[in-house]
Design a protein around this ligand. Structure first.
Ligand code: ATP
Ligand code: MG
Length: 416
């Protein structure tokens, strides 16, 4: 077949699609319980938005963005969003909320695009659920990001652990940054070529160097450079999280490379995912709204990889199969006219019902009922209808009985 999907892009069918929906539904439910409001934003934006917020020197912007010239006269360069946060921040500023009503709690969900090397848990289109809080600087807000992440994962049955770090703020990060540059220069020949570029442009990213983890372990740690305010904030975030039952492990390698990221950085890693185990990444970005042209408003948020959580759910056998309660088979035109009403009523009682094709024979339809795993077949015939009854066949036991049409929903649900 010529019209195949692109590399790194996926078709999700059956249990794979169901697992995604389960993860997303759970995240949405928890976000609402934390009093977040949904925001829906475009998947396509001006490329400058991402250069400005995701960072001109990040791998994502340098190598991974899908971008192209729009067909307008100005030749606007547009890009598919590689993450959710920039669009949310733009929308927040564009709606004037940074000035009129700065404290906001927003969540979003949808596809994002990064042209990276595809592998298990790493795709070129993937789905992120994320939250952003604007206008809060207190450590309780940071702690709630951790607790909320934990709540989403626990509710899904995903076993995870949380790593945390603080990368300081405008007061203390410059000294840490300088120490990193000095360390990088001293170990230049041991660092990878990517890191050679990073030293001056984005030295915090040196800690991400995948080539030599042992060497990275000798790098300066941001925690040793925290000012008193950042230290107090960090300790408070951790102790509030602990009080709510979320254990955090310090990982001094955990960084966000850009200047407007401040203080708290965290990740949740799930079990059973192999190399791509990070399912949630988040942190504070107190300088971002201002860097994007808004007022000086603090922010914090996290992004959750729905695809990876779905893989974890499937691996743990946590995706229930989608089986109908009953298939309804009408015998003849008159019965069919009654059956369409009947199935509508049954579905209103939250039963999962399929109306069978009237073009096929009873035997073939019972075959289909077995194949889709229906618990019951309801056979609607003219004679029975005249008496206000239908035939109800339990497809597990093979038993068939006559049930009054009025009792049908109860009979189906009662056997559940
Ligand atoms: P990684 O280190 O795995 O590349 P990241 O730091 O690039 O992750 P973020 O930008 O923080 O990831 O995105 C938030 C979450 O989105 C990640 O924790 C991960 O679960 C998920 N994610 C990131 N990239 C991909 C991808 N290519 N395919 C599937 N999920 C992804
Ligand atoms: Mg990445």
């Amino acid at each position: 077949m010529e019209l195949t999907r692109l590399r790194g892009f996926r078709d999700l069918l059956g249990a794979d699609a169901r697992a995604m929906a389960i993860a997303e539904d759970r995240a949405r439910e928890i976000a609402l319980s934390y009093n977040f409001l949904e925001i829906r934003i475009p998947a396509l934006e001006r490329i400058e938005l991402f250069a400005r917020s995701t960072g001109e020197t990040s791998d994502v912007v340098e190598k991974q963005m899908y971008s192209f010239a729009d067909r307008d006269e100005a030749g606007t360069i547009v890009a598919l969003r590689p993450e959710g946060t920039p669009g949310v921040v733009r929308a927040y500023i564009e709606a004037g909320l940074d000035r009129s009503d700065p404290e906001q709690r927003l969540f979003y969900s949808g596809p994002v695009f990064r042209r990276e090397r595809p592998q298990k848990g790493r795709y070129r289109q993937f789905y992120q659920f994320g939250v952003e809080v604007f206008g809060r600087t207190d450590p309780a807000c940071d702690a709630e990001m951790l607790i909320m992440s934990d709540e989403i994962l626990k509710g899904l049955g995903v076993v995870s652990r949380c790593e945390i770090n603080s990368i300081g703020d405008a007061a203390c990060r410059p000294a840490f940054r300088a120490a990193l540059i000095e360390w990088g220069r001293a170990h230049l020949e041991q660092l990878c070529t990517d890191c050679h570029n990073r030293i001056d442009r984005n030295p915090l990213r040196l800690l991400d160097c995948k080539i030599d983890a042992k060497l990275a372990a000798t790098a300066p740690s941001s925690l040793d450079y925290l000012c008193d305010d950042c230290r107090v904030h960090f300790d408070s975030v951790r102790s509030l999280a602990t009080a709510a039952g979320v254990e955090t492990t310090i990982n001094p390698r955990l960084v966000r490379g850009l200047d407007y990221y401040t203080r708290t950085a965290f990740e949740f890693m799930a079990e059973g995912l192999g190399a791509q185990s990070t399912v949630i990444g988040g942190g504070r970005y107190d300088g971002l709204v201002e860097a994007m042209g808004g007022a000086a408003i603090a922010g914090i948020g996290f992004g959750m990889g729905i695809d990876r959580i779905a893989i974890a759910l499937e691996a743990a056998g946590l995706v229930p199969s989608a089986k109908p309660d009953a298939i309804v088979i009408a015998m003849g035109a008159n019965a069919l006219a009654n059956a369409v009403v009947m199935v509508r009523e049954l579905r209103r009682k939250s039963l999962r019902i399929e109306l069978a094709s009237p073009e096929r024979k009873l035997k073939a339809l019972l075959g289909r009922a077995a194949k889709i795993g229906a618990r019951f077949a309801v056979i609607v015939g003219d004679n029975e209808l005249a008496r206000g009854v239908v035939q109800l066949k339990n497809l597990e036991s093979g038993q068939q009985s006559e049930v009054s049409a009025a009792d049908l929903a109860r009979a189906i649900a009662g056997e559940a």
